[in-house]
Design a protein around this ligand. Structure first.
Ligand SMILES: [Zn+2]
Length: 459
């Protein structure tokens, strides 16, 4: 729709590309740092590292003086809320949802969702994020999925599922059987789209808006198609207390255990109120948590205990959640906050810059089950990469400084120079290569005005 003619990355980008002379933070098991190194990309993958021989016809990009990292991963996002930045301030979770977010989401259609999704995707790409997991929306789900497919991002994405709940607008209260059939058909259509970069995920919003039959249907779809389940849980104490009241005294994890959801590939956003007893129950399953520090601070939710998750062997990802709560989708900011919060909770030596960067790279990939393909810079992995310029005062550091700390505590999206997805540039010299940002702004402004009118929300 708005893609420039050489659209989003294709499966076999070629010719080979050599990134020459950068400092490579591999984020591999040993956190190897290669200085003044070359990185050769062939057919969308990292072919070799160090000082490889470049075959004839190789394009060369000089990245000396730059830092090269794996493309960042955001494990929990609402690209469908990007329009709602600044429209739901100063509220706790349940009133934030009931008074503003749900009525606004109910106003989406495919067109508004498409531009809203591209606006968020553009922000992600410009900030060095190459992979996301998006929880979707109800009305407009198809438009949002199409935007994600067109954006150039790698993604797990799906439709947001809701069929009940206090304060839920009628437009979001989907008929259980109909929404299960609809999400299956969307999954059939979008799974494997964008040359395989889009994977489908089942997105029940949270327990308070999903009936028992909906959860049963989700479990069945998950086992039949192998689609993971991504939901919110244990984000805020009010929410958990409401779940206990609704579900006969059971909290989220107890409910999921009774319902067989722990047998699926279950990905929980937030988990601020996860306890050691919960971790004992989930550690045997395929279970991960996605930490959203900006959102948790802004909505006053609390501070998740990442060290407890890690010591239980639970992979932890990270994400900005959505522009309607955290206001921006800059994953470097999330990384920095995550480290600072764990230091407040556990002491200054408890969580290093490297620990924090892993949330957005190697460990973030594990949280999404993509560790064999992305998350580290190693030969054979997909060439999803971000190149940071160090020609910035906040990244100027002594050679003895650990570059993981320099990046985790000093970098922001302002330092992002180039971004590659599968070896193809999606950001070059700080500019999107295939998305027209001016056109996205223009269409977004028009669609948002219509959406607000449709929603009837008094702002
Ligand atoms: Zn969320």
């Amino acid at each position: 729709m708005i893609l420039k003619e050489d659209a989003a990355p294709a499966a076999s980008p070629d010719p080979p590309l050599l990134l020459q002379g950068g400092t490579i933070l591999t984020l591999d098991t040993g956190a190897t740092v290669l200085r003044g190194a070359h990185l050769l990309i062939r057919e969308g993958r990292i072919a070799s590292l160090g000082a490889p021989e470049a075959p004839a016809g190789t394009r060369v990009l000089d990245v000396s003086g730059c830092l090269v990292l794996p493309g960042l991963i955001q494990g929990h996002l609402h690209l469908g809320q990007t329009f709602f930045r600044g429209l739901a301030e100063q509220r706790r979770l349940l009133s934030w949802l009931r008074e503003r977010i749900w009525p606004l989401e109910a106003g989406h259609d495919d067109e508004s969702a498409y531009w809203c999704g591209l606006l968020g995707a553009a922000e992600c790409l410009l900030g060095g994020t190459t992979t996301i997991q998006d929880i979707g929306i109800g009305p407009g789900a198809r438009g949002l999925l199409q935007a994600i497919a067109d954006s150039g991002l790698r993604a797990y994405a799906g439709q947001c599922l809701m069929d009940s709940g206090d304060g839920l607008p009628a437009a979001l209260r989907q008929d259980t059987d109909r929404v299960l059939a609809e999400t299956e058909s969307l999954g059939d259509h979008f799974a494997g789209a964008a040359n395989g970069r889009l994977r489908y995920v089942l997105n029940p919003r949270f327990i308070l808006t999903c009936s028992d039959p909906l959860w049963a249907g989700i479990r069945e779809l998950s086992s039949r198609h192998g689609w993971p389940v991504h939901t919110h849980a244990l984000e805020q104490l009010d929410e958990t207390l409401a779940v206990r009241e609704l579900k006969g005294g059971r909290d989220e994890v107890e409910y999921f255990a009774d319902f067989g959801l722990l047998a699926t590939d279950l990905r929980l956003a937030h988990g601020v109120w996860i306890t050691r007893e919960h971790l004992d129950r989930v550690r045997k399953g395929r279970f991960s948590v996605v930490h959203c520090p900006s959102s948790n601070l802004k909505l006053g939710s609390g501070v998740a205990d990442l060290l407890a998750f890690r010591s239980a062997g639970v992979p932890v990802g990270i994400g900005a959640d959505g522009a309607a709560c955290s206001n921006h989708l800059d994953n470097f900011e999330e990384v920095r906050l995550a480290a600072l919060l764990q230091k407040v909770k556990h002491g200054p030596d408890a969580f290093s810059g490297l620990d924090a960067l892993r949330l957005a790279t190697s460990e973030g990939a594990r949280a999404l089950g993509l560790q064999d393909q992305i998350g580290t810079i190693e030969p054979g992995k997909l060439a999803d990469l971000v190149v940071l310029s160090t020609d910035r005062p906040e990244l100027w550091a002594a050679p003895q400084a650990d570059p993981h700390d320099v990046v985790a505590f000093g970098a922001s999206r302002a330092a992002v120079r180039h971004v590659f997805v599968e070896g193809r540039p999606v950001v070059e010299d700080g500019r999107l290569t295939h998305l027209d940002l001016r056109e996205i702004y223009r269409q977004s402004e028009r669609c948002l005005a219509e959406l607000i009118r449709r929603s009837g929300v008094e702002l």
